[in-house]
Design a protein around this ligand. Structure first.
Ligand SMILES: C[S@@+](CC[C@H](N)C(=O)[O-])C[C@H]1O[C@@H](n2cnc3c(N)ncnc32)[C@H](O)[C@@H]1O
Length: 365
């Protein structure tokens, strides 16, 4: 993050989005396509972008976890205590907070009642100070900015001031999104292995979908991928084939049905994904998050299981059809895909529940 040259003015506003590490490029694609944003900077888990004005559609982004109005940023933290004075100084002197708070009010619903604020400091990496020290100096910087009548609260604040430190990089801003961006309102039923919606939305974007595509998630869990597919497909405003979802566990199928009630047309099945009751060459896209090695029953051999799955996906896919898969053991999946002569297109390294995982895209020759 370069401090100079990125300022928020009347006509041009700088924002940043926090994304799941690895999904930065997918978020870039969405920001450019949906908002016409100009990308200014990509760092681990962060995309900085510029828009022509206070566009409320920033809150409609699907591949991001949170969106902020940019206040200041740096790539040059020293890891020493000197950073703390800088954090205080940059916070109090650099941004035009009055302008930022006015734009914040234009974009975000503000809770009624006496104004309040909440301060969040995130810190990753080894620094010569603690997160609570960074928070203290951040707050000192803010004291000169926030009107004295505002209360500091833990929840439901009128304004949230965030500072995120990752190694030598720090970025500070006013949060525009709330929990609905990362949690989604459709998700009433949860299961431990259920996907983060923003990552599911990213997988949907990687599938390069067309309105006529028949889309299948054969191991749907609570249906996150198909819910994100349906949200994505809304933009087309033309009829589309029902999406198809299924799971070995009937309870998962019920949860997926409940979560997707009112979200597009879907057909649900309680099935074994290695023996799908679907015609050969009938599906355009498989988007799926098979169980990771740790999640499968003891006694199931992962290479054999993935081979059986991939062979079945190959059978049901149309020629040139694609699959987007998320697994932790990419090498085992790659072995299975190469056996079926799938053409490898792309791999993205990310994290799922703290574990390294890979999204890969494959095309049927
Ligand atoms: C990692 S979870 C999928 C999570 C899902 N993407 C979500 O967001 O909820 C894997 C799912 O595969 C299902 N599963 C495991 N073996 C299966 C099989 N042979 N056929 C179909 N589903 C299976 C599990 O019941 C589980 O719901």
């Amino acid at each position: 993050m370069v401090k100079s040259g990125m300022k928020n003015h009347e006509k041009s506003l700088v924002f940043y989005a926090q994304v799941i590490p690895g999904a930065e490029d997918i978020a870039v694609g969405e920001i450019e396509q949906v908002l016409g944003g100009e990308i200014r900077k990509i760092a681990k888990g962060v995309v900085v972008f510029r828009l022509d004005g206070p566009d409320p559609d920033v809150l409609e982004l699907k591949t991001t976890e949170d969106v902020f109005l940019y206040a200041w940023g740096t790539d040059a933290l020293s890891f020493r205590a000197k950073d703390l004075e800088d954090i205080q100084k940059w916070t109090s002197q650099q941004p035009d907070w009055k302008h930022l708070l006015a734009v914040h009010q234009q974009i975000r619903e503000i809770p009624k009642g006496r104004p309040s604020f909440h301060v969040v400091t995130q810190m990753d990496g080894k620094h010569g100070y603690f997160r609570k020290d960074a928070q203290k100096y951040f707050l000192r910087g803010l004291e000169k900015v926030i009107p004295s009548t505002w209360r500091q609260v833990e929840e439901n604040a009128s304004a949230e001031f965030w500072l995120t430190i990752d190694g030598a990089t720090a970025i500070c801003g006013l949060r525009l999104s709330d929990r609905r961006m990362r949690h989604r309102e459709y998700k009433r039923a949860h299961r431990p292995a259920s996907l983060r919606p923003s990552l599911a939305a990213g997988m949907v974007r990687l599938a390069e979908l067309k309105p006529y595509h028949r889309v299948l998630d054969p191991m749907c869990g609570v249906g996150t991928l198909l819910a994100e597919y349906q949200n994505y497909a809304e933009q087309w405003r033309v009829p589309r084939p029902p999406a198809i979802g299924g799971d070995l566990e009937m309870n998962a199928v019920r949860d997926a049905q409940a979560n997707l009630r009112g979200l597009g047309a879907n057909h649900w099945f309680n099935w074994d994904a290695t023996h799908l009751p679907l015609n050969g060459e009938s599906i355009h896209r498989v988007i799926c998050n098979p169980p990771f090695g740790k999640q499968i029953s003891p006694g199931v051999n992962l290479p054999l299981f993935y081979s059986a799955l991939v062979a079945e996906f190959y059978r049901v896919l149309l020629p040139q059809g694609k699959m987007v898969l998320l697994v932790s053991d990419h090498e085992t999946l790659r072995g299975a895909c190469e056996k079926e002569h799938f053409h490898f297109e792309k791999k993205i390294k990310t994290k799922v529940l703290g574990q390294t995982a890979f999204i890969s895209v494959w095309k049927k020759r």
